[in-house]
Ligand binder design. Structure first.
Ligand SMILES: [Zn+2]
Length: 174
């Protein structure tokens, strides 16, 4: 499945909140460098790919992007104030009908909470070191060996860059 700009939907995070964060590529300092969710239709494509076609959407793509930026901040920070802010979002969602009215925001908040609430879970959350990637995933390998969001994108890019540097160095020394 692909977004309107033909970019394929890739679900590699292992948790709903993480795959939502991965609907953009991020710079090291947490800015969006490549947006996949240009419109609510793109969000719809994502939901279908994820297997949640019949769920309440945020009002606008912009409000989704704000939620997503907040989730990423919650997931990457161990700050107590962030947790309290997340608690407030959870309370607002509960007051709004909560689980009786499933919405993407509600599920995203619950997913984020369940990651943050469990130290074993939080300890396995990683951010891909690929340049301008910043995707997040839960490393479920036995010895925590997973580095990349996806070998076929970031992993191979890094391998190619290493190879390029090596060839260049060899040329320079020969
Ligand atoms: Zn990556």
């Amino acid at each position: 499945m692909s977004y309107a700009n033909d970019y394929p939907v890739r679900l590699v995070g292992g948790r709903l909140a993480l795959d939502l964060v991965n609907t953009a590529d991020w710079s090291e300092d947490g800015q969006v460098v490549h947006e996949k969710i240009e419109s609510l239709e793109d969000l719809d494509v994502w939901l279908q790919a994820f297997g949640l076609p019949d769920i309440g959407l945020p009002a606008t793509a912009e409000s989704f992007r704000v939620l997503r930026a907040n989730l990423r901040q919650f997931l990457r920070s161990e700050d107590r104030p962030h947790l309290l802010k997340l608690q407030r979002e959870m309370d607002a969602w509960t007051a709004n009908g909560g689980i009786a009215r499933p919405s993407l925001s509600g599920l995203a908040i619950m997913s984020t909470f369940s990651i943050i609430a469990d130290p074993r879970e939080l300890g396995r959350i990683k951010t891909c070191p690929g340049e301008n990637c910043g995707w997040m995933f839960v490393d479920e390998t036995k010895n925590s060996r997973r580095t990349w969001c996806l070998m076929e994108t970031c992993g191979n890019r890094a391998k190619a860059a290493r190879h390029y540097r090596k060839v260049r160095e060899e040329r320079m020394t020969s």
